[in-house]
Each structure stands twice: as structure tokens, then as C-alpha cells.
Ligand binder design. Sequence first.
Ligand SMILES: CC(C)(COP(=O)(O)OP(=O)(O)OC[C@H]1O[C@@H](n2cnc3c(N)ncnc32)[C@H](O)[C@@H]1OP(=O)(O)O)[C@@H](O)C(=O)NCCC(=O)NCCS
Length: 236
Amino acid sequence: MSIVLHAPPTPSAPGLLLRPWRDGDAEALLAAYRDPVLLSWTRNPVTTPAEARAFLRRSQQGWAAGRRFSFAVLEPTPDGQRLVAHVLLKEVTPGRPYAEIGYWTVASARGRGIAPRAVDAVSDWAFARFAAAGLTRLELLHQVDNPASCRVAEKSGYVFEEVLRARPPFPRDGHRHVRRRPWPAPGHLPAGRSQGQGHRDAEPEQPIARTSDPSLRVGRPPGPPGMCAARDPGCR
Ligand SMILES: CC(C)(COP(=O)(O)OP(=O)(O)OC[C@H]1O[C@@H](n2cnc3c(N)ncnc32)[C@H](O)[C@@H]1OP(=O)(O)O)[C@@H](O)C(=O)NCCC(=O)NCCS
């Protein structure tokens, strides 16, 4: 599938291009994983050409199966483009209201707001693409000792929902953040409403299944939603 997404430029940063991973990305992928921070947060390291090929093959299989959509995020350079990040939309199942998003940014590109802009672009695309399949919410999970990831969630519109208990393979508690499908769904305007009206309204709440065992939930700490950074020592 030849999907290409764009994150618009900002006053201080060029636009981003997001597209499915290609075989020719193996070298850039290996370079990105030559980073102890990224390696410390992944369960599937890419440290050899064989692992890079497996990553790219899995990415292609995910697109072909329509369940797992991984994007290479590219930034323009004077010579062309360079890989700056990865965003993954996973667990997309027709009829299921939720899916999950994950991401990383190349070490040399961190701290420039790339992950939030790329996550925002993929989230918008996911809600538009899978509205008819019943997708109404996207979930973003991170460990409490990853404040940078917590900030990505907040900056890309994922509201803190609850603390999740540590469980294998995650040694620490985590946070679940949620972004709800805009209402009306992109491209599905109710009669009498013009484009742009209500685009960012949250869809009316409806019962949902959870990705995690309910017994693992610690519950919502006191305080308003969306402010985990301010009240959770794990999130700055
Ligand atoms: C988490 C991560 C994706 C953030 O990506 P990013 O493109 O740097 O995102 P941002 O620029 O918005 O920065 C987010 C936060 O990272 C921290 N940060 C800022 N500069 C940084 C730098 N140079 N290096 C590392 N972290 C930095 C800040 O806390 C920042 O929040 P702030 O904007 O409120 O100050 C990136 O740090 C990363 O790839 N980490 C390793 C993999 C990972 O943790 N993935 C998520 C697993 S849930």
C-alpha cells in the first residue's frame, strides 16, 4: 500500500513525510537502533542486518494484513530526506473500537517535537481510515519512568486515563493515555453541519473493551485528566 502522510511544517521545523517502511531503509533503521536509550525501551532490538530484514518484513506483512501499520518518518535535508522517527499503529481489528499507537525518534532528532507531530498525523489518518470499521479510540501506553513519552502523549492529544500495574514484560507501572475519535468522524458530517464544525469534539462515550486485564489497573490518581506530568512522580 502506498500511503503517504504529511505533518505540516511549524515556524521552526520543516514538514514531515510519513510512509510505509521500504527495503532500502535497512541501513537507516540499523543506525537508529545504535542508541542505548532506544534499545532500553524496545523488546525487539534491530542490531543486525537479519533483524533489520525481519523488522521490514513484519512491517510489510502488517500492511498487507491490514492490522499493523508502521510508518517511517522522514524530514527533508539539503541532499534529500533522512529518517527521523517511527510510528506504529497496531492491533487494528474490524469491529473493535480501539487500537494502539507506539513510536520512537532517532536520537539526534529528539527534543524537536517530531514524535508528537508524527503521532498526531497517524492518529488523524487512523480515525479517518478506520471510522467505518468502528475505531473510536486510540491508546498510548508508556512506563511511568519514561517522562519524554508522557510528554509526547500530552502534546499529541492523548489524555491520561489511568495507571496500569507493572506486569511481565513491563517491570514498572505504566500509563494509559487515550485519544478519542473526533465527532463527527472525519468525512462523515451529519446533515446540517458544515466542514470544520465540531471536528475536534470528542465522540460521545460508549462502552469499550480494554487491552489490559482490569485487575491490573491501579486507577486514576487524583487530579484532572491530562495532567499526569504534574501529579505523577514518574512523569516529571
Ligand atoms: C519519547 C520520544 C519518542 C520523544 O520523541 P521526541 O521527538 O524527542 O519528542 P519531543 O521533542 O516532543 O520531546 C518530548 C520530551 O522529550 C524530552 N526531551 C527534550 N529534548 C530531548 C533530547 N534532546 N533528548 C531526549 N529527550 C528530550 C523532553 O522531556 C520533551 O518534553 P518537553 O517538550 O515538554 O520538554 C524519544 O525520546 C524516544 O524515541 N525515546 C526512546 C524510545 C521511547 O521511549 N519510545 C516510547 C516508548 S512508550
